[in-house]
Ligand binder design. Structure first.
Ligand code: TXA
Ligand code: MG
Length: 327
C-alpha cells in the first residue's frame, strides 16, 4: 500500500475523516491530526506512545487563525510572530476555549506555530481546523527529518505520510513561553536565541526545569539513539572499545582511524546550519552500524550551534541515565 506520497488531497481527506497524517515542516516531520477532534488527538498520543502529560503544538497557516486559539498575545509575542512566522518558532500562550485540555495536557496554555513548508501550508489552508502535531517519532527517540524516517520508526503507522522531502532546518522549533508577562525560552531550536533577542531584548532561559518541566522536550532524556553516545576523543575511546566498533559524529573532520562507514560528518564545510540539518539523520545512522559506542565533541556554542549541542547533550545523557528508568 502506498503510504508515502505528495498527495495533498489525500492528506486533507484523511485528516477531515479524523485520521492521523505525518506532515513535513521545515524543522522536523510532525504527526498531525485535527486539533479540534479529541479522538484524533488521542490517536496521536497512542501512535507515538507519548505520555498524556506532554502537550502538543498546534499548527496554523495564518496569524488570524492562531489568534483564535489564544486568549492574549503580548506585544513581544506579536512582534516575534510577525517577524519569524512562518518559521521555526513556537509560542506558548494562554489558550482560548477552542483548544481542549487533551491538546494542552491539562495546561492553561497552548503551543502555537505557523510552519514554513509549502505543502503543509497548502494543506492547512484547505482545512477548516488547525493541526495538532508533535514530532513524528516514538516518544524519546530522535525526531524524523525525512518521510522515510517516519515510515521506519513509528511501529503504529499513521494512515499517510505526506512527503515534503528532507527538512530544511533539521532541528525542532525554538519554544518561547510567557512568565509574568515576560518572554522566556523553554526549548532551544532552529531559530537562534540571538535572533530572538535582537528583536525583543533579553529572554529568560528556562530550559530543563527539572522538577516540573514546562516542556518535556526539555527533559534531560530525549532524542536518544539506541547505541551509547559519549563525549569522548578517539584516544580515550580506544582504551575501552575495539577500534572497529567505534562510531563517530563529527562536526567537520572525522578521525581517520575510525572506519569510514562509521563516521558521520555533519558539515564538511564547517557550516552550523548544514550540521543542524544533518544531525538527526546522523543520530539515526548510528543505530544501523555494527558499533558498541559512538563518540562526539560539541560544536561551537553560538547560534544554531546551541541547539545542536543541546540535542547532543540530551542524546548522550539519555543513555548514561537509562538505568534510572526515566523513560
Ligand atoms: O519543530 C517543531 O516544533 C515540531 C514540528 C512538527 O512542528 N514539533 C515538535 O513537537 O517538536 P513535540 O511535541 O515533539 O515537541 C513540542 C514540545 C514538547 O516538549 C511539549 O512539551 C512542548 O513543546 N509544549 C507544547 N505545548 C506546551 C505548553 N502549553 N507549555 C509548555 N510546553 C509545551
Ligand atoms: Mg518531539
Amino acid at each position: 500500500m502506498n503510504r508515502i506520497g505528495k498527495d495533498i488531497d489525500k492528506a486533507a481527506a484523511l485528516l477531515q475523516a479524523g485520521q492521523c497524517v505525518a506532515i513535513p515542516t521545515e524543522t522536523v516531520y510532525g504527526l498531525a491530526a485535527n486539533a479540534f477532534d479529541t479522538k484524533a488527538v488521542a490517536d496521536i498520543f497512542r501512535i507515538k506512545n507519548r505520555p498524556s502529560f506532554d502537550p502538543l503544538i498546534v499548527h496554523c497557516d495564518s496569524l488570524d487563525k492562531v489568534k483564535a486559539l489564544v486568549r492574549e498575545m503580548p506585544e513581544w509575542a506579536l512582534k516575534l510572530a510577525q517577524h519569524f512566522w512562518p518559521g521555526p518558532l513556537t509560542l506558548v500562550l494562554p489558550k482560548s476555549e477552542q483548544v481542549s485540555y487533551a491538546v494542552s495536557s491539562g495546561l492553561d496554555t497552548v503551543g502555537v506555530r505557523i510552519p514554513n513548508h509549502p505543502l503543509t501550508l497548502e494543506l492547512l489552508a484547505r482545512l477548516s481546523f488547525p493541526l495538532a502535531a508533535p514530532s513524528a517519532n516514538p516518544f524519546g527517540y530522535v525526531s524524523p527529518t525525512t518521510a522515510q524516517h517516519v515510515a521506519e520508526s513509528l511501529p503504529l503507522q499513521p494512515e499517510y505520510i505526506l512527503d515534503g522531502g528532507p527538512c530544511q532546518k533539521g532541528i525542532e522549533s525554538t519554544i518561547i513561553g510567557s512568565e509574568n508577562g515576560k518572554a522566556c525560552l523553554y526549548r532551544l531550536g532552529s531559530l537562534s536565541l540571538e535572533d530572538i533577542e535582537n528583536l525583543i531584548g533579553k529572554v529568560e532561559i528556562k530550559l530543563n526545569a527539572s522538577s516540573n518541566p514546562q516542556a518535556p522536550g526539555q527533559l534531560k532524556i530525549h532524542y536518544a539513539p539506541k547505541v551509547p553516545l559519549l563525549e569522548m576523543d578517539i584516544e580515550e575511546a580506544k582504551k575501552i572499545y575495539p577500534l572497529d566498533k567505534i562510531g563517530q559524529i563529527a562536526f567537520r573532520n572525522g578521525d581517520k582511524e575510525i572506519k569510514e562507514k562509521h563516521r558521520c560528518i555533519l558539515s564538511g564545510q564547517g557550516d552550523l546550519y548544514e550540521a543542524a540539518r544533518n544531525l538527526f539523520s546522523a543520530l539515526r545512522a548510528l543505530d544501523n552500524m555494527d558499533i558498541e559506542v559512538a563518540i562526539f565533541q560539541y560544536v561551537e556554542n553560538i547560534g544554531v550551534g546551541k541547539a545542536i549541542n543541546d540535542r547532543l547533550k540530551r542524546a548522550s545523557v539519555a543513555r548514561n541515565n537509562k538505568k534510572s528508568g526515566t523513560e
